[in-house]
Design a protein around this ligand. Structure first.
Ligand SMILES: Nc1nc2c(c(=O)[nH]1)N[C@H]1C(S)=C(S)[C@@H](COP(=O)(O)OP(=O)(O)OC[C@H]3O[C@@H](n4cnc5c(=O)[nH]c(N)nc54)[C@H](O)[C@@H]3O)O[C@H]1N2
Ligand SMILES: Nc1nc2c(c(=O)[nH]1)N[C@H]1C(S)=C(S)[C@@H](COP(=O)(O)OP(=O)(O)OC[C@H]3O[C@@H](n4cnc5c(=O)[nH]c(N)nc54)[C@H](O)[C@@H]3O)O[C@H]1N2
Ligand code: SF4
Ligand SMILES: [Mo]
Length: 811
């Protein structure tokens, strides 16, 4: 670093005062130059992409503010960043910022790196990636999941575009957020997209009751314009009733709720089945709706040849023939109470409330993604979809299918990636297995997806490739966010398996430690781009024109430049750039965005104004409204065209797929007990506490973990009930070890009645440090890589653990 830069940096960090000791600094002859304002945005994966107002002087950030330039009335309100976005200055100037390219010099994972030139880094990537493609084929190159930077122009799209020009890479389907929900939606409603194209939040205005199953907008959708604010204002103005089902008493409750029902993690499906029982036996289901719109509720709509006992109704009542008396395994409130921990009387009351509300008003059901991040997540989500279906509360104003709310959106172009010539795909979650033995992963055991011509007569087939190179751009799932970090680390340490790992990031993250080559990217505050609002912005759509007065810092380079350099080395530069400079792409994108959004002012205006926003730009949205209006004219994309409670496709999969003895794929939705779930009595003998993760206010996943302000503001402590704490002699603030067979972490404990007995909860995303005891407190040191039955996804919220106090001498 130049001395001048160092002084600028010190001033920005408040270091100048430290350098000057206690002396009053001499008055400087030069007056301070003008503060400059640029707009940037927070591009983490929390669904919001909030605008940030960046003040700088002489290329150094002086302060960060947020959108406060317009009047602030709901419906035309400011898009305010949360505490994380506002702390971004500490993040940009973090001591662990990556400043120049580096190569690994010690064993992989040892953290030993040496600075190298860009020339050497790019030549080396060209050589290593080229070797893997030539030797093992394009199917051996994999992108780990990467949600750290929602650029339209400058981000990961460039790496995908480059790889597509080089012959492609191994695809992955699903993601850590919604992997199991996609499958539940696909088999129920005929489309994966219907997992997140639920009714808009605005529909809550027409609802009498909002049933929130794990839904926690106040902590997971925090932006000033987004779902949390929409929810709060609508609740305040309209007073609809809210019932929250969650093992934690969340910030979405805090007195705003009408009722909190603490539930054992992973057992919501049992609750749904008991509600179904109550509706069938006592309050009545919407039979006309089920008959007309659904397949397989009872004998009337089962596909031909399927016996009544395979129907949903037969399952709930445990009967063989219509009209039989409920059997011994009927899904009664008492049965569900013993699993969920919710007393039978409360389950009866909830069923009654739902039935009564539906009789005269509207119920909006909101199922959180947390329910899908469990060991039988896809079964759970399908079971929850039954609640609005049984009530007939679908496709009408004020109702929802249970899917995540459709966010409002203003559109802007994204760098086109081109098509991937490789067709094979693995689930996002099974990549560690594909490093170990991708060759032998199959369709029917591991969920591999293959092109038709690679399938045998039974519809099975092998992937036939191991993963030999990984590109990890703006992701920390290489170590931190993937499950069972200790196992992942062991797999990656062996560089004869995965031969090459490229990490492109801004900070020295746990994943970066496992790179062979590290490239330093620019941050959002050093970039130019036109950014859209994110995928969960609630009722407000925004575009933000970001620009920079501070960068690129050090030797950081943006991904378009880097990929252009790599494309040149691979001989595809012209195809990559199409002869355009970065600026030309940006101008083209802006012009296209203006054509799509006629109200969008010229770029010169947007550079000053920063934000362009519109409340409900596309109006509200009611999920499945067309289908409800006219199911014949607007059939769903399921085989029957109807909502499939009974799925023949799943019946077929259940018959063919090879599953471990304790896993279930089933034609109808049903509660399934799982390993490390609430009913795993064997597991609980050693590890009696259910540990569920949650997305904490203090971070977005692992992003922002390296900001000291946030670590002070939001304590990283494992929540435990007073009862469980007393049994272990724990008091708030004690340091504890949380452990199971996969690992041990050390964290603080918080004793609180906000978590139900038998369950402990920890915010996910703290940075993994490894070792016998992970003092980084990373939740994924404790989670399992065991894939879920159908989507082969991440049951990362299903864990059994024990907790012990650290003896004073250990601390
Ligand atoms: N146990 C447990 N694990 C989980 C979850 C859970 O609930 N429990 N949740 C899962 C979910 S839902 C998700 S979405 C995943 C998220 O997993 P990831 O997609 O890995 O998300 P982050 O942890 O935010 O990591 C983003 C990375 O991008 C980097 N980054 C930020 N900005 C830039 C940039 O401009 N350029 C570059 N090159 N890099 C940048 C950050 O430094 C960080 O390393 O985690 C999953 N993991
Ligand atoms: N602050 C912050 N916001 C975020 C993120 C973040 O990391 N930090 N990540 C973003 C991303 S990518 C995603 S995918 C979303 C995630 O959104 P979600 O998946 O909804 O978030 P979680 O925090 O995993 O879970 C929400 C609530 O569900 C509860 N819960 C856990 N298991 C169960 C269960 O079995 N049943 C019931 N009823 N409740 C359960 C948890 O206690 C928690 O309070 O959040 C987004 N927003
Ligand atoms: S973390 Fe999410 S809510 Fe907070 S500023 Fe960033 S985008 Fe907005
Ligand atoms: Mo996510």
């Amino acid at each position: 670093m130049q001395r001048r830069d160092f002084l600028k940096m010190s001033a920005a960090l408040g270091g100048a005062a430290a350098l000057a000791g206690c002396q009053r600094p001499e008055a400087t002859a030069e007056p301070l130059s003008e503060e400059q304002v640029n707009w940037s945005a927070c591009l983490v994966n929390c669904g919001s992409n909030c605008p940030l107002k960046v003040y700088s002087r002489d290329g150094m950030i002086t302060r960060i503010e947020t959108d406060h330039s317009f009047a602030d009335e709901y419906g035309n309100h400011q898009v305010r960043a949360c505490l994380r976005g506002r702390s971004v200055r500490q993040r940009v100037y973090a001591p662990d910022r990556l400043k120049y390219p580096m190569k690994r010099t010690g064993p992989r994972g040892s953290g030993q790196f040496q600075r190298i030139s860009w020339e050497e880094a790019l030549d080396s990537i060209h050589a290593k990636l080229g070797h893997v493609i030539k030797e093992y084929g394009n199917e051996s190159v994999f992108f780990t999941y990467n949600s750290g930077a929602y650029y339209n122009f400058g981000g990961k799209q460039n790496y995908y575009r480059l790889m597509n020009l080089l012959g492609g890479y191994l695809n992955s389907y699903g993601d850590y957020s919604w992997g199991q929900m996609y499958q539940a939606a696909r088999y129920t409603f005929g489309s994966e997209a219907l997992a997140y194209q639920g009714s808009a939040m605005a529909e809550m205005q027409a609802a009498d009751l909002v049933l929130m199953l794990g839904y926690n907008p106040s902590e997971i959708r925090m932006s000033g314009s987004g779902e949390a604010y929409d929810f709060l204002v609508m609740k305040q103005q309209l007073g609809f009733k809210t019932i929250i089902v969650d093992p934690r008493y969340t910030d979405s409750a805090l007195g705003k709720e009408d009722q909190w029902l603490p539930i054992r993690p992973g057992t919501d499906a049992a609750l749904a089945e008991a509600i179904a029982y109550q509706l069938i036996q006592h309050h009545g289901v919407d039979q006309a709706f089920l008959d007309r719109y659904c397949q397989g509720y009872d004998e009337r709509t089962l596909p031909k040849g399927v016996p009544f006992k395979a129907s949903y109704k037969a399952h709930i009542l445990d009967i063989e023939q219509p009209g039989d008396q409920p059997g011994a395994n009927a899904r009664t409130p008492e049965w569900a109470a013993s699993i969920t921990g919710i007393p039978a009387a409360q389950i009866r009351q909830l069923a009654q409330t739902l039935a009564q509300t539906a009789a005269t008003g509207k119920v909006y059901v909101q199922i959180a993604a947390s329910l899908n991040r469990h060991a039988a997540g896809e079964n759970t989500i399908r079971a929850m979809y039954m609640l609005p279906l049984l009530l007939g509360q679908v496709g009408l104003p004020g109702t929802n299918t249970g899917a995540l709310p459709s966010g409002s959106s203003l559109s802007a172009p994204v760098m086109p990636t081109g098509d991937n010539p490789v067709e094979s795909a693995i689930s996002f979650f099974t990549w560690t297995q594909a490093v170990l033995d991708g060759q032998n992963m199959t369709v029917q055991r591991d969920g591999v997806r293959l092109p038709e011509d690679k399938l045998d007569e039974q519809g099975d087939g092998r992937l036939g490739h191991d993963i030999k190179a990984i590109i990890n751009y703006a992701g920390n799932a290489l170590i931190n966010q993937h499950a069972d970090a200790n196992r992942t680390a062991e797999i990656l340490k062996d560089d004869s398996r995965c031969e090459f790992i490229l990490v492109v990031d801004n900070w020295m993250t746990p994943s970066a430690e496992y790179a062979d080559i590290i490239l330093p990217d620019v941050t959002w505050l050093e970039s130019e781009d036109l950014i859209t609002q994110g995928y969960a912005a609630g009722n407000t759509g925004t575009l933000v024109q970001i620009s920079s007065a501070i960068g690129p810092m050090f030797e950081c380079r943006n991904s378009y430049d880097v990929c252009t350099e790599l494309a040149r080395r691979f001989g595809v530069e012209q195809a990559f750039t199409e002869g355009k400079s970065a600026q030309q792409w940006l101008d083209q994108f802006y012009a296209e965005a203006q054509a799509a959004n006629p109200g969008l002012p010229d770029k010169s205006v947007m550079l000053k104004q920063g934000v362009y926003r519109q409340y409900l730009p596309n109006g509200s949205h009611i999920a499945l409204q067309d289908f409800r209006d006219d199911p014949e004219a607007n059939p769903l994309a399921t085989p029957s065209g109807k909502i499939e409670i009974y799925s023949s496709e799943l019946a077929d999969k259940a018959a063919r797929w090879q599953l471990p003895a304790d896993q279930v794929i089933s034609a109808i939705p049903q509660y399934c007990a799982t390993a490390e779930g609430a009913e795993d009595r064997d597991g609980m003998r050693r590890y009696p506490l259910q540990l569920t993760g949650y997305h904490t206010k203090g971070r977005v996943h692992s992003s922002y973990h390296n900001v000291p302000w946030l670590r002070e503001a939001v304590q990283d402590a494992v929540w435990i009930s007073p009862m469980d704490a007393e049994a272990r002699g724990l008091a708030t603030g004690n340091r504890v070890q949380v452990f199971n067979d996969r690992g041990t972490i050390e964290v603080e404990v918080k004793v609180t009645p906000r978590i139900m007995p038998g369950v402990v909860a920890l915010g996910q995303g703290a940075w993994y440090q490894g070792g016998d005891v992970d003092k980084g407190g990373c939740l994924n040191t404790l989670t399992s890589q065991r894939p879920t039955p159908l989507s082969k996804g991440n049951g990362q919220h299903t864990n059994l653990v024990e907790i012990r106090k650290i003896a004073e001498t250990d601390a």
